[in-house]
Design a protein around this ligand. Structure first.
Ligand SMILES: Cc1ncc(C[n+]2csc(CCOP(=O)(O)OP(=O)(O)O)c2C)c(N)n1
Ligand SMILES: [Mg+2]
Length: 222
């Protein structure tokens, strides 16, 4: 929730659940006004889909046919609250009907299925036909935050184990080998390189100085 990287077009995540939805619509409007063929891609959770920003942001993007994709990662929970406790709707994609845009459900454990659905939504956006709401059905293996510990009692260990059998990284790895002929050694090399870059990032963070207290108000406007 706290990352940004303009160098790859990531405008930033915010810790206010759902607040990225109208921002993504605004970025799409900005791209259109500048004549760029950019498409905004906005990720949010099932919990965010009950925020007012979801309704307002998607509705406005729809009526203005903005080039934006709203991608809801429905992992079944907002922290410890199951989706069924906060909406009677089981498919968030069905809410697209309220805005007159396509709502597409995709298996969020299937990397290539998600890629294809997003490609179709990108083409629609670039044609000027407007937004798509994509719902990726997925799951959160770990707790919302590491400090929360494990087995908090709001979901069963069986449920977690069942979803773990369909870990998207494991499934995609198998497909790369079986369908695309990747050598396991090549994938291991990629995994080691990824682990190394994570370790480097941790070491960099740990040896970097803490921010100075007086910078807490830098870039804060009120
Ligand atoms: C407006 C707002 N309300 C509450 C919170 C506290 N909060 C942080 S994450 C979260 C759950 C979000 O659930 P979901 O949208 O399903 O995303 P997930 O973490 O499951 O991907 C909540 C309630 C917040 N950050 N912002
Ligand atoms: Mg969620």
């Amino acid at each position: 929730m706290h990352l940004a990287d303009f160098s790859v077009g990531s405008l930033g995540e915010t810790s206010i659940v759902g607040s990225g939805i109208p921002v993504a619509a605004g970025a799409a409007l900005g791209a259109r006004m500048q004549g760029l063929d950019r498409v905004s891609l906005c990720f949010f959770g099932d919990g965010a889909s009950n925020e007012g920003t979801f309704h307002e942001g998607i509705n406005m993007a729809a009526v203005w046919h903005l080039p934006v994709i709203f991608l809801c990662e429905n992992n079944g929970y907002g922290i410890t609250t199951p989706l069924s406790a906060v909406t009677l709707v089981t498919d968030i994609a069905s809410k697209a009907a309220a805005y007159g845009i396509p709502g597409v459900i995709v298996d969020g454990q299937d990397v290539l299925a998600v890629y294809e659905v997003v490609q179709t939504a990108v083409q629609r956006a670039r044609r000027g036909d407007g937004p798509t709401l994509v719902e990726a059905k997925t799951y959160r293996f770990e707790e919302h935050a590491v400090h929360m510990g494990r087995d908090l009692g709001y979901r069963s260990q069986e449920e977690i184990a069942e979803w773990r059998m369909r870990d998207p990284l494991v499934l995609f790895r198998a497909r790369l080998i079986d369908e695309f002929g990747f050598k396991p050694a090549v994938l291991e090399g990629l995994e080691i390189a990824a682990q190394d870059s994570i370790q480097d990032a941790i070491a960099y963070a740990q040896r970097s100085p803490a921010p100075l207290p007086h910078t807490a108000f830098t870039d804060v406007f009120a």
